[in-house]
Each structure stands twice: as structure tokens, then as C-alpha cells.
Design a binder for this molecule. Structure first.
Ligand code: ZN
Length: 238
């Protein structure tokens, strides 16, 4: 049972946003095929992260329980293309998939160790890609790329974990949600992992984001993987 690695009991952060262009899903988490026919990599991930092997956890099933059909999700914005963030892409075959061009190219030609976590099965249906490259905006001090949705949404390049990894900022009433994905560790608020390890696995952004967050109380920071207790609180808050 993976004795060399603690079990984390965490879930993946996926956001469903109502926009002027229909529902936008920000990261998909694991997809149906990761439950029905998981690769060895996905099996290990589910074991270590304490993921229940129940396909009802897939975003497409959770969204159906909210009363929507998969076709209502017209756009998917991905922080990066690792299997645990993009595994659900084939469950929404009609959606346009928005991602940074560098990330798309890294997935096509993986070179680094962290790029082994791309699963080509997630993209075998040849989705309709929308690729972004040049920052064309500033979002609260970060170079950013404006996404074509209202409420305002931005891709915020936070390269390091993968070649084209980005955070996603979403306007939320009076404030913002900043989905930092794997540029921020699950335990960011406790600093449980040393910065050298963070730099190695998730890039060099943690100290900057933590310092920046102290001056931006209007921003709600989310990591790509949060404790399961966080998701339970969200459910009871709805
Ligand atoms: Zn990742």
C-alpha cells in the first residue's frame, strides 16, 4: 500500500463557473475512464491520495447531479494537462479546451520527469483546443492572459510544475478566486513541505504567492489539491 509515501486524503479542485458563454469547467479531475480502465499511474495516484474508486466522483457525474448535461459545459480551462487535472476532458467531447500553448506542446513532446504524468488517452478524441501564449493583461500584479468569458477570468502563467502550468483567476462577486493548481501545495497554510521540495515539484512560486496573498484579502486562494475536509465544508456551505 505505498509505505514510502504518506496517504494524503485529498481531492482535486475543479470549479464550475456560470458565464456568458455557458458553463466553464476549470480543471476536470479524473474522468470516467480513470475509474473504469485506470492506468498503473492512475491506480497509484488513487491509492496514495485516498480517492474512492467510485465513478460518481467524476466531474461529469457531479455536474449531472446539479441538473446539467455534459453538453452544457461548453468550455474547459485547464491549469495543466496532468491526468489528475485533465482526465475528465473526454467526458465533455463537445467542449472547447483552453490551455497555454507551452503546456500543449509539452504534452505532445514530453521530456521532463513531471511530464510523464500526461495521459494521452485524455486527448485521443482530438478535442477542439484554444491555445494562449502572450500575456495581454495584468491581474493584481501578475502578468496574465484574459480569457473570453464574463465574469472576468484570467490564465496566470505560473510555469515550473510543468512547462506551461498556469493558475486561473475568476471574478467572484466582490472578490476573486485564484485557483493556483499545482503551483501551491495542499498544505500551503501550514508550510509542511520545505521550500526546496516545493521548488523541485511545484515550482518557485510559493513564497511569492504567500506574500502577495497577505496584501490581497479579497482573493481566495485554492491549491490544485485540497484536504477532503475542505470539500465537505463547501458542500455544506452550498
Ligand atoms: Zn500536476
Amino acid at each position: 500500500m505505498s509505505p514510502w509515501f504518506p496517504r494524503w486524503h485529498i481531492g482535486g479542485t475543479c470549479l464550475l463557473v456560470k458565464t456568458d458563454k455557458g458553463l466553464v469547467l476549470v480543471d476536470t479531475g479524473l474522468g470516467l475512464h480513470d475509474y473504469s480502465n485506470p492506468s498503473p499511474m492512475v491506480r497509484f495516484f488513487k491509492l496514495d491520495f485516498g480517492v474512492h474508486n467510485d465513478h460518481e466522483n467524476a466531474a461529469v457525474c457531479q455536474i449531472a447531479r446539479l441538473g446539467y448535461s455534459p453538453k452544457d459545459v461548453q468550455h474547459i480551462v485547464l491549469t495543466h494537462l496532468h491526468f489528475d487535472h485533465a482526465g475528465g476532458v473526454p467526458d465533455f467531447p463537445h467542449a472547447q479546451v483552453h490551455v497555454h500553448r507551452r503546456e500543449f506542446e509539452a504534452m505532445q513532446h514530453p521530456r521532463k520527469l513531471t511530464e510523464l504524468a500526461y495521459d494521452q488517452k485524455d486527448f485521443i478524441h482530438n478535442p477542439s483546443w484554444v491555445l494562449y501564449e502572450q500575456p495581454n493583461a495584468e491581474w493584481l500584479g501578475f502578468e496574465a492572459i484574459r480569457l473570453p468569458f464574463s465574469p472576468e477570468m484570467y490564465l496566470v502563467p505560473l510555469f515550473g510544475h510543468t512547462a506551461g502550468h498556469c493558475g486561473v483567476a475568476i471574478q467572484d462577486n466582490d472578490g476573486w478566486i485564484f485557483h493556483c493548481a499545482d503551483a501551491l501545495p495542499t498544505n500551503a497554510q501550514f508550510n509542511l513541505t520545505p521550500q526546496w521540495l516545493n521548488r523541485l515539484i511545484i515550482g518557485a512560486h510559493v513564497p511569492r504567492i504567500q506574500a502577495w496573498a497577505t496584501t490581497h484579502p479579497e482573493v481566495r486562494l485554492l491549491a490544485g489539491h485540497m484536504w477532503k475536509s475542505f470539500f465537505k465544508q463547501q458542500r455544506s456551505a452550498v
